[in-house]
Ligand binder design. Structure first.
Ligand code: CP3
Length: 357
Protein backbone atom coordinates (compact mmCIF):
# COMPACT_ATOMS: atom_id res chain seq x y z
CA UNK A 1 0.00 0.00 0.00
CA UNK A 2 2.88 2.35 0.78
CA UNK A 3 4.33 1.65 -2.64
CA UNK A 4 0.98 2.59 -4.15
CA UNK A 5 0.79 5.85 -2.26
CA UNK A 6 4.32 6.75 -3.24
CA UNK A 7 3.80 5.98 -6.89
CA UNK A 8 0.51 7.90 -6.86
CA UNK A 9 2.30 10.88 -5.32
CA UNK A 10 4.96 10.67 -7.99
CA UNK A 11 2.39 10.79 -10.76
CA UNK A 12 0.22 13.52 -9.28
CA UNK A 13 3.15 15.79 -8.36
CA UNK A 14 4.15 15.85 -11.99
CA UNK A 15 2.54 19.02 -13.29
CA UNK A 16 5.11 19.40 -16.04
CA UNK A 17 4.09 18.81 -19.64
CA UNK A 18 3.90 15.15 -20.70
CA UNK A 19 6.50 15.69 -23.42
CA UNK A 20 9.15 16.70 -20.88
CA UNK A 21 8.40 13.75 -18.59
CA UNK A 22 8.63 11.36 -21.54
CA UNK A 23 12.00 12.73 -22.65
CA UNK A 24 13.40 12.18 -19.14
CA UNK A 25 12.27 8.57 -19.27
CA UNK A 26 9.67 8.96 -16.52
CA UNK A 27 6.68 6.64 -16.51
CA UNK A 28 3.97 8.22 -18.65
CA UNK A 29 0.55 6.86 -19.59
CA UNK A 30 0.95 7.44 -23.33
CA UNK A 31 3.46 8.93 -25.76
CA UNK A 32 3.23 12.70 -26.15
CA UNK A 33 2.35 13.79 -29.69
CA UNK A 34 2.88 16.81 -31.95
CA UNK A 35 3.51 17.22 -35.69
CA UNK A 36 6.40 18.86 -37.48
CA UNK A 37 5.06 21.86 -39.44
CA UNK A 38 1.79 21.56 -37.53
CA UNK A 39 1.25 25.29 -38.05
CA UNK A 40 0.88 25.96 -41.74
CA UNK A 41 -0.71 25.67 -45.10
CA UNK A 42 -2.80 22.50 -44.63
CA UNK A 43 -4.98 24.55 -42.22
CA UNK A 44 -7.80 26.67 -43.57
CA UNK A 45 -7.32 29.17 -40.75
CA UNK A 46 -3.67 29.64 -41.81
CA UNK A 47 -4.62 30.14 -45.45
CA UNK A 48 -7.01 32.90 -44.37
CA UNK A 49 -4.16 34.67 -42.55
CA UNK A 50 -1.98 34.28 -45.68
CA UNK A 51 -4.61 36.07 -47.75
CA UNK A 52 -4.57 38.99 -45.37
CA UNK A 53 -0.80 38.98 -44.82
CA UNK A 54 0.79 37.62 -48.02
CA UNK A 55 4.37 38.12 -46.83
CA UNK A 56 5.89 35.14 -44.99
CA UNK A 57 8.41 37.48 -43.38
CA UNK A 58 5.60 39.58 -41.93
CA UNK A 59 3.63 36.55 -40.70
CA UNK A 60 6.71 35.17 -38.98
CA UNK A 61 8.13 38.42 -37.59
CA UNK A 62 5.07 40.09 -36.06
CA UNK A 63 4.50 38.97 -32.44
CA UNK A 64 0.70 38.89 -32.65
CA UNK A 65 0.69 36.91 -35.91
CA UNK A 66 3.38 34.51 -34.67
CA UNK A 67 1.37 33.81 -31.51
CA UNK A 68 -1.91 33.47 -33.38
CA UNK A 69 -0.48 31.06 -35.99
CA UNK A 70 1.42 29.00 -33.39
CA UNK A 71 -1.83 28.60 -31.45
CA UNK A 72 -3.97 27.56 -34.45
CA UNK A 73 -3.11 23.84 -34.21
CA UNK A 74 -3.12 24.06 -30.40
CA UNK A 75 -6.72 25.28 -30.35
CA UNK A 76 -7.99 22.58 -32.70
CA UNK A 77 -5.89 19.49 -31.92
CA UNK A 78 -4.38 20.10 -28.44
CA UNK A 79 -0.95 18.64 -29.30
CA UNK A 80 1.50 17.98 -26.45
CA UNK A 81 4.04 20.31 -28.05
CA UNK A 82 3.34 23.82 -29.36
CA UNK A 83 6.08 24.85 -31.77
CA UNK A 84 6.86 28.48 -32.44
CA UNK A 85 5.74 29.65 -35.87
CA UNK A 86 8.98 30.85 -37.44
CA UNK A 87 11.58 29.54 -39.87
CA UNK A 88 15.12 28.23 -39.64
CA UNK A 89 16.07 31.19 -41.88
CA UNK A 90 14.56 33.84 -39.55
CA UNK A 91 17.93 34.71 -37.90
CA UNK A 92 19.68 35.31 -41.26
CA UNK A 93 18.91 39.05 -41.74
CA UNK A 94 20.33 39.61 -38.24
CA UNK A 95 23.55 38.02 -39.54
CA UNK A 96 23.60 40.32 -42.56
CA UNK A 97 22.09 37.75 -44.94
CA UNK A 98 18.75 39.00 -46.35
CA UNK A 99 16.22 36.38 -47.50
CA UNK A 100 12.61 35.97 -48.49
CA UNK A 101 10.23 33.08 -48.96
CA UNK A 102 8.50 33.34 -52.32
CA UNK A 103 5.26 31.52 -53.00
CA UNK A 104 5.85 28.59 -55.34
CA UNK A 105 9.64 29.02 -55.18
CA UNK A 106 10.53 28.61 -51.54
CA UNK A 107 13.40 30.35 -49.75
CA UNK A 108 15.53 32.85 -51.72
CA UNK A 109 18.87 34.21 -50.53
CA UNK A 110 19.47 37.26 -52.67
CA UNK A 111 23.27 37.32 -52.42
CA UNK A 112 24.49 33.76 -51.97
CA UNK A 113 27.80 33.44 -50.11
CA UNK A 114 30.56 31.96 -52.27
CA UNK A 115 33.90 33.43 -51.16
CA UNK A 116 35.97 34.04 -48.03
CA UNK A 117 35.13 37.72 -48.38
CA UNK A 118 31.38 36.98 -48.46
CA UNK A 119 31.74 34.87 -45.32
CA UNK A 120 33.75 37.57 -43.54
CA UNK A 121 30.74 39.89 -43.83
CA UNK A 122 28.48 37.53 -41.88
CA UNK A 123 27.76 39.00 -38.45
CA UNK A 124 27.39 37.16 -35.17
CA UNK A 125 23.71 36.85 -34.29
CA UNK A 126 22.44 38.75 -31.24
CA UNK A 127 18.87 37.51 -30.69
CA UNK A 128 17.85 40.28 -28.26
CA UNK A 129 18.74 42.84 -30.89
CA UNK A 130 17.42 41.25 -34.09
CA UNK A 131 14.50 38.99 -33.17
CA UNK A 132 12.94 40.43 -29.98
CA UNK A 133 9.56 39.26 -31.35
CA UNK A 134 10.69 35.62 -30.98
CA UNK A 135 11.30 36.04 -27.25
CA UNK A 136 8.04 37.90 -26.78
CA UNK A 137 6.07 35.29 -28.73
CA UNK A 138 7.61 32.39 -26.76
CA UNK A 139 6.80 34.08 -23.44
CA UNK A 140 3.21 34.69 -24.56
CA UNK A 141 2.86 31.09 -25.77
CA UNK A 142 4.07 29.79 -22.41
CA UNK A 143 1.41 31.86 -20.65
CA UNK A 144 -1.26 30.63 -23.10
CA UNK A 145 -0.60 26.89 -22.99
CA UNK A 146 0.47 26.83 -19.31
CA UNK A 147 1.63 23.33 -18.43
CA UNK A 148 -0.85 21.60 -20.71
CA UNK A 149 1.76 21.33 -23.47
CA UNK A 150 5.46 22.03 -23.90
CA UNK A 151 6.42 25.15 -25.83
CA UNK A 152 8.99 24.18 -28.45
CA UNK A 153 11.61 26.40 -30.00
CA UNK A 154 13.84 25.47 -32.93
CA UNK A 155 16.91 26.44 -34.90
CA UNK A 156 18.57 25.36 -38.13
CA UNK A 157 21.84 23.44 -37.80
CA UNK A 158 25.02 25.01 -39.19
CA UNK A 159 25.34 22.76 -42.25
CA UNK A 160 21.68 23.08 -43.23
CA UNK A 161 21.77 26.88 -42.85
CA UNK A 162 25.01 26.98 -44.84
CA UNK A 163 23.36 24.95 -47.62
CA UNK A 164 20.66 27.63 -48.04
CA UNK A 165 23.01 30.61 -47.97
CA UNK A 166 25.61 29.07 -50.29
CA UNK A 167 23.14 27.53 -52.76
CA UNK A 168 20.91 30.63 -52.69
CA UNK A 169 17.81 28.64 -51.74
CA UNK A 170 16.57 25.05 -51.78
CA UNK A 171 18.71 22.66 -53.78
CA UNK A 172 18.60 19.32 -55.51
CA UNK A 173 22.25 18.38 -55.92
CA UNK A 174 23.90 20.71 -53.37
CA UNK A 175 26.66 21.28 -55.90
CA UNK A 176 27.59 24.80 -54.77
CA UNK A 177 28.08 23.97 -51.12
CA UNK A 178 29.96 20.81 -52.12
CA UNK A 179 32.18 22.84 -54.42
CA UNK A 180 32.99 25.00 -51.39
CA UNK A 181 33.41 22.00 -49.05
CA UNK A 182 35.65 20.10 -51.43
CA UNK A 183 37.73 22.94 -52.88
CA UNK A 184 37.84 25.63 -50.15
CA UNK A 185 36.96 23.76 -46.95
CA UNK A 186 38.41 26.54 -44.78
CA UNK A 187 35.81 28.97 -46.14
CA UNK A 188 32.94 26.62 -45.30
CA UNK A 189 34.41 25.93 -41.86
CA UNK A 190 34.55 29.68 -41.17
CA UNK A 191 30.86 29.96 -42.07
CA UNK A 192 29.87 26.88 -40.04
CA UNK A 193 31.75 28.29 -37.05
CA UNK A 194 29.69 31.50 -37.22
CA UNK A 195 26.42 29.58 -37.45
CA UNK A 196 27.53 27.35 -34.58
CA UNK A 197 28.15 30.15 -32.08
CA UNK A 198 25.08 32.07 -33.28
CA UNK A 199 22.68 29.13 -33.03
CA UNK A 200 23.99 28.14 -29.59
CA UNK A 201 23.18 31.69 -28.48
CA UNK A 202 19.80 31.53 -30.17
CA UNK A 203 18.85 28.27 -28.42
CA UNK A 204 19.75 29.78 -25.03
CA UNK A 205 17.75 32.90 -25.86
CA UNK A 206 14.70 30.81 -26.77
CA UNK A 207 15.00 28.79 -23.54
CA UNK A 208 15.35 31.97 -21.48
CA UNK A 209 12.13 33.30 -23.00
CA UNK A 210 9.94 30.25 -22.53
CA UNK A 211 10.94 27.41 -24.86
CA UNK A 212 10.90 24.17 -22.83
CA UNK A 213 12.65 22.07 -25.47
CA UNK A 214 14.42 23.05 -28.67
CA UNK A 215 14.61 21.09 -31.92
CA UNK A 216 17.68 21.42 -34.12
CA UNK A 217 16.90 20.88 -37.81
CA UNK A 218 19.84 19.50 -39.78
CA UNK A 219 17.45 18.57 -42.56
CA UNK A 220 20.06 18.31 -45.32
CA UNK A 221 23.06 16.94 -43.37
CA UNK A 222 22.25 13.57 -44.90
CA UNK A 223 23.37 14.91 -48.29
CA UNK A 224 26.85 14.37 -46.85
CA UNK A 225 28.61 11.01 -46.82
CA UNK A 226 29.27 9.73 -43.28
CA UNK A 227 32.92 10.86 -43.44
CA UNK A 228 31.92 14.31 -44.69
CA UNK A 229 29.18 14.52 -42.05
CA UNK A 230 31.93 13.93 -39.48
CA UNK A 231 33.84 16.89 -40.87
CA UNK A 232 31.14 19.42 -41.77
CA UNK A 233 28.22 18.76 -39.45
CA UNK A 234 28.91 16.57 -36.41
CA UNK A 235 31.58 18.74 -34.71
CA UNK A 236 29.37 21.84 -34.96
CA UNK A 237 26.29 20.03 -33.64
CA UNK A 238 28.36 18.67 -30.79
CA UNK A 239 29.70 22.11 -29.90
CA UNK A 240 26.17 23.55 -29.91
CA UNK A 241 24.97 20.78 -27.60
CA UNK A 242 27.99 21.18 -25.28
CA UNK A 243 27.56 24.94 -25.12
CA UNK A 244 23.81 24.75 -24.39
CA UNK A 245 24.26 21.98 -21.81
CA UNK A 246 26.93 24.03 -20.00
CA UNK A 247 24.42 26.81 -19.24
CA UNK A 248 21.05 25.01 -19.62
CA UNK A 249 21.72 21.43 -18.48
CA UNK A 250 18.02 20.56 -18.21
CA UNK A 251 16.86 21.86 -21.59
CA UNK A 252 15.97 18.88 -23.81
CA UNK A 253 17.48 19.09 -27.30
CA UNK A 254 15.91 17.22 -30.23
CA UNK A 255 17.84 16.58 -33.45
CA UNK A 256 16.18 15.98 -36.81
CA UNK A 257 17.79 15.11 -40.13
CA UNK A 258 15.86 13.99 -43.18
CA UNK A 259 16.81 10.56 -44.55
CA UNK A 260 18.98 9.83 -41.55
CA UNK A 261 18.99 6.01 -41.67
CA UNK A 262 22.69 5.87 -42.64
CA UNK A 263 23.72 8.33 -39.95
CA UNK A 264 21.67 7.36 -36.88
CA UNK A 265 24.56 6.33 -34.63
CA UNK A 266 26.43 9.49 -35.58
CA UNK A 267 23.41 11.64 -34.74
CA UNK A 268 23.37 10.32 -31.18
CA UNK A 269 27.10 11.15 -30.85
CA UNK A 270 26.08 14.81 -30.77
CA UNK A 271 24.79 14.34 -27.21
CA UNK A 272 21.19 15.39 -27.93
CA UNK A 273 18.39 14.01 -25.75
CA UNK A 274 16.05 13.04 -28.57
CA UNK A 275 16.69 11.85 -32.12
CA UNK A 276 13.81 12.46 -34.52
CA UNK A 277 13.54 9.67 -37.10
CA UNK A 278 12.11 9.91 -40.58
CA UNK A 279 10.18 6.94 -42.02
CA UNK A 280 13.01 5.33 -44.01
CA UNK A 281 14.15 3.49 -40.89
CA UNK A 282 12.13 0.94 -38.96
CA UNK A 283 11.28 2.32 -35.49
CA UNK A 284 12.32 -0.84 -33.65
CA UNK A 285 15.65 -0.97 -35.50
CA UNK A 286 16.23 2.73 -34.97
CA UNK A 287 15.60 2.32 -31.27
CA UNK A 288 18.05 -0.58 -31.10
CA UNK A 289 20.74 1.30 -33.00
CA UNK A 290 20.40 4.44 -30.89
CA UNK A 291 20.53 2.69 -27.51
CA UNK A 292 18.51 3.17 -24.35
CA UNK A 293 19.76 6.59 -23.30
CA UNK A 294 18.32 8.49 -26.24
CA UNK A 295 14.62 9.23 -26.63
CA UNK A 296 13.11 8.85 -30.10
CA UNK A 297 10.61 10.98 -31.96
CA UNK A 298 8.72 10.70 -35.20
CA UNK A 299 8.82 7.97 -37.79
CA UNK A 300 5.30 8.11 -39.27
CA UNK A 301 5.35 8.80 -43.03
CA UNK A 302 3.52 12.16 -43.56
CA UNK A 303 1.84 10.45 -46.52
CA UNK A 304 -0.03 8.21 -44.06
CA UNK A 305 -2.27 11.21 -43.34
CA UNK A 306 -3.63 10.86 -46.89
CA UNK A 307 -4.74 7.30 -46.09
CA UNK A 308 -8.01 6.01 -44.65
CA UNK A 309 -8.79 6.57 -40.98
CA UNK A 310 -8.32 2.87 -40.25
CA UNK A 311 -4.95 2.93 -41.93
CA UNK A 312 -3.88 5.96 -39.91
CA UNK A 313 -4.93 4.21 -36.69
CA UNK A 314 -3.00 1.09 -37.64
CA UNK A 315 0.19 3.01 -38.43
CA UNK A 316 0.02 4.93 -35.15
CA UNK A 317 -0.32 1.68 -33.22
CA UNK A 318 2.52 0.01 -35.14
CA UNK A 319 4.83 2.91 -34.47
CA UNK A 320 3.98 3.13 -30.77
CA UNK A 321 4.42 -0.63 -30.32
CA UNK A 322 7.79 -0.62 -32.04
CA UNK A 323 8.99 2.37 -30.01
CA UNK A 324 8.26 0.59 -26.71
CA UNK A 325 6.53 2.15 -23.77
CA UNK A 326 8.92 4.91 -22.86
CA UNK A 327 11.04 7.75 -24.24
CA UNK A 328 8.97 8.17 -27.39
CA UNK A 329 7.41 11.32 -28.82
CA UNK A 330 4.91 10.40 -31.50
CA UNK A 331 5.38 12.58 -34.61
CA UNK A 332 5.72 12.42 -38.37
CA UNK A 333 9.01 11.62 -40.07
CA UNK A 334 9.07 15.05 -41.73
CA UNK A 335 6.79 18.08 -41.95
CA UNK A 336 3.09 17.65 -42.60
CA UNK A 337 2.40 18.06 -46.32
CA UNK A 338 0.29 20.82 -47.90
CA UNK A 339 -3.11 19.40 -48.84
CA UNK A 340 -3.33 16.98 -45.90
CA UNK A 341 -7.03 16.73 -44.92
CA UNK A 342 -7.55 18.47 -41.58
CA UNK A 343 -10.03 15.81 -40.51
CA UNK A 344 -7.29 13.20 -40.87
CA UNK A 345 -5.03 15.29 -38.68
CA UNK A 346 -7.85 15.48 -36.12
CA UNK A 347 -8.19 11.69 -36.30
CA UNK A 348 -4.42 11.28 -35.84
CA UNK A 349 -4.46 13.32 -32.63
CA UNK A 350 -7.62 11.66 -31.31
CA UNK A 351 -6.18 8.16 -31.73
CA UNK A 352 -2.76 9.23 -30.42
CA UNK A 353 -4.19 10.80 -27.30
CA UNK A 354 -6.35 7.75 -26.61
CA UNK A 355 -3.36 5.39 -26.45
CA UNK A 356 -2.59 3.86 -23.05
CA UNK A 357 0.63 1.93 -22.46
O1 CP3 B 1 6.59 23.27 -37.48
C1 CP3 B 1 5.97 24.33 -37.45
O2 CP3 B 1 4.73 24.40 -37.57
C2 CP3 B 1 6.75 25.62 -37.23
C3 CP3 B 1 7.04 26.34 -38.42
C4 CP3 B 1 8.21 25.99 -39.32
C5 CP3 B 1 8.31 26.57 -40.59
N1 CP3 B 1 9.53 26.23 -41.11
C6 CP3 B 1 7.31 27.45 -41.21
C7 CP3 B 1 7.25 27.53 -42.67
C8 CP3 B 1 9.36 25.22 -39.11
C9 CP3 B 1 9.75 24.33 -37.93
C10 CP3 B 1 10.19 25.38 -40.25
C11 CP3 B 1 11.53 24.79 -40.38
C12 CP3 B 1 12.21 24.78 -41.67
N2 CP3 B 1 12.23 25.75 -42.63
C13 CP3 B 1 13.05 23.73 -42.12
C14 CP3 B 1 13.40 22.50 -41.35
C15 CP3 B 1 12.30 21.51 -41.38
C16 CP3 B 1 12.25 20.68 -42.62
O3 CP3 B 1 11.21 20.77 -43.28
O4 CP3 B 1 13.20 19.97 -42.89
C17 CP3 B 1 13.52 24.08 -43.39
C18 CP3 B 1 14.45 23.23 -44.26
C19 CP3 B 1 13.01 25.37 -43.72
C20 CP3 B 1 13.25 26.19 -44.94
C21 CP3 B 1 11.98 26.40 -45.64
N3 CP3 B 1 11.06 27.36 -45.28
C22 CP3 B 1 11.40 25.63 -46.68
C23 CP3 B 1 12.08 24.47 -47.38
C24 CP3 B 1 10.12 26.16 -46.94
C25 CP3 B 1 9.10 25.65 -47.91
C26 CP3 B 1 8.99 26.46 -49.15
C27 CP3 B 1 7.64 26.21 -49.83
O5 CP3 B 1 7.21 27.13 -50.53
O6 CP3 B 1 7.02 25.17 -49.63
C28 CP3 B 1 9.93 27.24 -46.05
C29 CP3 B 1 8.73 28.07 -45.95
C30 CP3 B 1 7.87 27.80 -44.79
N4 CP3 B 1 8.30 27.80 -43.50
C31 CP3 B 1 6.47 27.55 -44.82
C32 CP3 B 1 6.07 27.39 -43.48
C33 CP3 B 1 4.69 27.14 -42.96
C34 CP3 B 1 5.60 27.48 -46.07
C35 CP3 B 1 5.41 28.81 -46.73
C36 CP3 B 1 4.23 29.63 -46.23
O7 CP3 B 1 3.53 29.24 -45.27
O8 CP3 B 1 4.02 30.70 -46.79
Amino acid sequence: AIGEIISEAKVSSSTEPLLLSAVKGEKVERPPVWLMRQAGRYMKSYQLICEKYPSFRERSENVDLVVEISLQPWKVFKPDGVILFSDILTPLPGMNIPFDIVKGKGPIIYDPLRTAEDVSKVREFVPEEFVPYVGEALTTLRAEVKNEAAVLGFVGAPFTLASYVVEGGSSKHFSKIKRMAFSQPEVLHALLQKFMTSMAQYIKYQADHGAQAVQIFDSWATELSPADFEEFSLPYLKQIVDSVKSTHPNLPLILYASGSGGLLERLSLTGVDVVSLDWTVDMAEGRRRLGADVAVQGNVDPGVLFGSKDFITKRINDTVNKAGNHKHILNLGHGIVVGTPEENVAHFFEVAKGIRY
